[in-house]
Structures are given as structure tokens and as C-alpha cells.
Design a protein around this ligand. Structure first.
Ligand code: AMP
Length: 368
């Protein structure tokens, strides 16, 4: 993978494949134009490498020139094509071969085609290294197409992103944005569940609360529920193997997810490692750990209050609450370091109104 400015690109086509396509185009150009003394016109800047390879392979008399137009601004094709500069030859009665690096919508090549038509060329032919059939909107036929590609943005072999990448001899494509996977972190009572409910809507993510899944299983007296209950009632952690398997199953239930909010997971380093492996197998990763910082006494107060209505036995007993907080500091808090090492840890003040805290979390998420 390579980075140019703010974007990342992954390998897409090797130089070997490009050369093969150029060889095939050249074979046809030699066959078709051997007695035509063509004027090859490369469209700068992108076509300089392609033009050079085509001209090197042409075995008969020919002339070479370059013109410049601009149709790209960043990664978006702009419909506005600027003026043509640099054409000095008289093209009247000549066979002109326009050499393009890439034809996308066809705006640039249409403009060139019209300019040469006005100048009474004998024939106007177009050869392009890359062609995007899904974007092309014009009527006239592109006679020589090297490699057809779908709609991705590519760089290398003369093509650039904001000026960089032209020197690469392979072609790279823009890396698609991967999923946003948040680990919502903080001690029991920090407000992870409340905030996750808001954030999942706002960012279109799937919320997985391991505590909720365990409670659902306890309520429905499943095998998993029975296994987890003894630990949960004492405020201890459910063993890693059980929790990790359960999380795998929950993630696999959502193959179309744009990303996940993990709430209450990972709680141990083994779980964090397992999460990295799981997400890696799906070609993604943890985007950030966002942590809610709340003072212990506020947590105890909040959880006792929640216990009045939540029906959760582990919220009803102050000793169990204090044990959960202790377990958090003894076993879970180390994960702060784990994600800090990866530069993925973001701490947020968890005291304030619900909206204020959502805003603080969003400020972090929006930078990812
Ligand atoms: P919570 O709703 O996140 O406070 O979780 C309630 C209880 O479920 C915890 O006190 C643990 O007993 C258990 N639990 C939830 N998530 C995990 C996890 N990732 N690892 C182990 N136990 C967990």
C-alpha cells in the first residue's frame, strides 16, 4: 500500500500487464497505419509514459507532438474541460492518433476530437491506455482501448493524484474506505450503552453490547446464559473463550455492517487480540477506542440509581458494583495502553449532559 497526500492506494495492475496491453495496441497500430505517416499526439501530462511506449513500438514513419488540456481536479472528473495548448503542427490532411492515458467520461477526448475535425484532418483515431466503459458518455467509438477498468480512481504509469504518483510503474487504485469499528470503553456506569444507542443511529453502525447479549441469554435460559450467570452475578468477567466465541457469532450475524460499536468488549488483552484477528479476517480493523472518563464515586451513584429500575441484580448491590469497578481497573484498564500503542486511544470526559457527551464522542469519530 502507498500513501499520496491524504489518500491510500493499493496495487491494482502490474507493469507487466500494462506492457502486454501496449504491445497488443502497437501491433494493431503498426498493421493499420504503416503507410499513413501518422501524427501521434500525446495528451499531457498523464499520457507521457504511454505515448513514449507507443511511439517506441511504431515501426514506420511518424511524427510526435504533445498537447495539454486539464479535466481532472483531485479524484473527481470535472465536466469543465480547459483550453488546448501546444499544438504547432498543421494537421490538415494528416492521420492523427490521439494518445490518452485514460478515458473516463470522454469530455476531454470529445473536445480534442472536435478541434481536430475543425482542422480538416484526414482521419482522427484515438488510442487510450485505460478506458472506463461505465463512465463513458460519448457517441463516437474509441478505436484502440488498452485496458478496460471499472469506476475506481487509479494512479501510476503517468496518472497522478494531486501531482504525485506519475512515476510509479505499476497502477494503484484508491483504497476503499473500510468499516468504522469503535471500541466504546470506560468503567461500568460510564454511559457506554446510552451513547452507543445514539451513535449507532448517527453513524449507521451495528451496536454489540456483550453485557446485553449475556443478559438476553440469561433471560432465555440458554446454555450460554447459564454458563455466564454465575460470573455476572458476582461482578466477575465471563471467561475469555466463552465471550470471544459469543462475539464472533454476533459479528457474523451482520455481514453487511458498515461498522460496529463494541460496547463492553474487549475487556482483556486476549479479547483485544481476538478482536484484531477477527476484524483482520474481514479486511478491516479497530478504528479507535473511545473512552468515557468518569469518577468512581459518580459511577457507584449512577449504577445504584440505575439499579432501582434496571432490574439488573449486578446493579442492586453496592459490593457487586464496587467489584465490577475493581475488575475494570485490575483487568480491563490495561487496554488503554494496548490501544495507545497503536495510536487509537481517545479519552473523552464522560460527565455532562447526554448531548454534550455525544458531541465530544462525535468530535473524535469525525476525525477517523
Ligand atoms: P456490562 O453490561 O457491560 O456492564 O456487562 C455486565 C457483565 O457481563 C460484566 O460484569 C461481565 O460479567 C459480563 N461481561 C460483559 N462483557 C464481557 C466481556 N467482554 N468479557 C467478560 N465478561 C463480560
Amino acid at each position: 500500500m502507498i500513501t499520496l497526500h491524504d489518500l491510500q492506494f493499493t496495487p491494482y495492475l502490474s507493469e507487466k500487464k500494462i506492457i502486454k496491453a501496449i504491445d497488443q495496441l502497437s501491433y494493431r497500430l503498426n498493421n493499420d497505419l504503416s503507410d499513413k505517416k501518422p501524427l501521434f499526439i500525446g495528451v499531457l501530462n498523464g499520457a507521457f509514459m504511454f505515448a513514449s511506449e507507443i511511439v517506441k513500438r511504431f515501426d514506420y514513419d511518424c511524427e510526435v507532438s504533445f498537447v495539454k488540456v486539464a479535466s481532472y481536479d483531485g479524484t473527481e472528473t470535472t465536466s469543465q474541460v480547459k483550453e488546448l495548448i501546444g499544438l504547432q503542427q498543421d494537421v490538415k490532411n494528416r492521420t492523427v492518433v490521439i494518445l490518452e492515458d485514460i478515458i473516463d467520461t470522454g469530455n476531454t477526448v470529445e473536445k480534442l476530437h472536435n478541434i481536430f475535425k475543425d482542422q480538416k484532418c484526414k482521419a482522427i483515431k484515438v488510442a487510450t491506455l485505460f478506458f472506463k466503459p461505465q463512465s463513458y458518455t460519448k457517441e463516437f467509438d474509441i478505436e484502440y482501448k488498452g485496458i478496460e477498468i471499472s469506476n475506481q480512481f487509479i494512479i501510476g504509469y503517468g496518472l497522478d493524484y494531486k501531482g504525485l504518483g506519475r512515476n510509479l510503474t505499476d497502477i494503484y487504485q484508491l483504497k476503499q474506505k473500510t468499516m468504522t469499528n469503535l471500541v466504546l470503553f470506560g468503567p461500568p456506569g460510564a454511559g457506554k450503552g446510552t451513547q452507543a444507542t445514539v451513535l449507532k443511529q448517527k453513524y449507521n453502525l451495528v451496536h454489540i453490547s456483550t453485557g446485553d447479549v449475556f443478559r438476553y441469554n440469561i433471560k432465555n435460559a440458554t446454555e450460554l446464559g447459564t454458563l455466564a450467570k454465575s460470573y455476572i452475578d458476582k461482578g466477575q468477567l465471563v471467561p475469555d473463550e466463552v465471550t470471544i466465541n459469543m462475539l464472533h457469532a454476533e459479528v457474523d450475524k451482520n455481514p453487511e455492517a458498515k461498522g460496529f460499536i463494541f460496547d463492553g468488549f474487549p475487556r482483556t488483552e486476549a479479547q483485544a487480540d481476538a478482536l484484531a484477528v477477527l476484524l483482520n479476517s474481514k479486511d478491516t480493523e479497530v478504528s479507535a477506542m473511545v473512552a468515557l472518563d468518569v469518577d468512581d464515586e459518580i459511577l457507584v451513584h449512577r449504577l445504584l440509581k440505575r439499579g432501582e429500575t434496571s432490574g439488573r441484580p449486578d446493579d442492586a448491590d453496592e459490593n457487586v458494583i464496587r467489584n465490577r469497578i475493581k475488575v475494570y481497573y485490575d483487568e480491563t484498564a490495561i487496554l488503554k495502553k494496548y490501544y495507545q500503542k497503536q495510536k487509537k486511544y481517545f479519552g473523552v470526559d464522560g460527565v455532562g449532559t447526554e448531548n454534550e457527551i455525544t458531541q465530544r464522542l462525535s468530535d473524535v469519530i469525525n476525525t477517523l
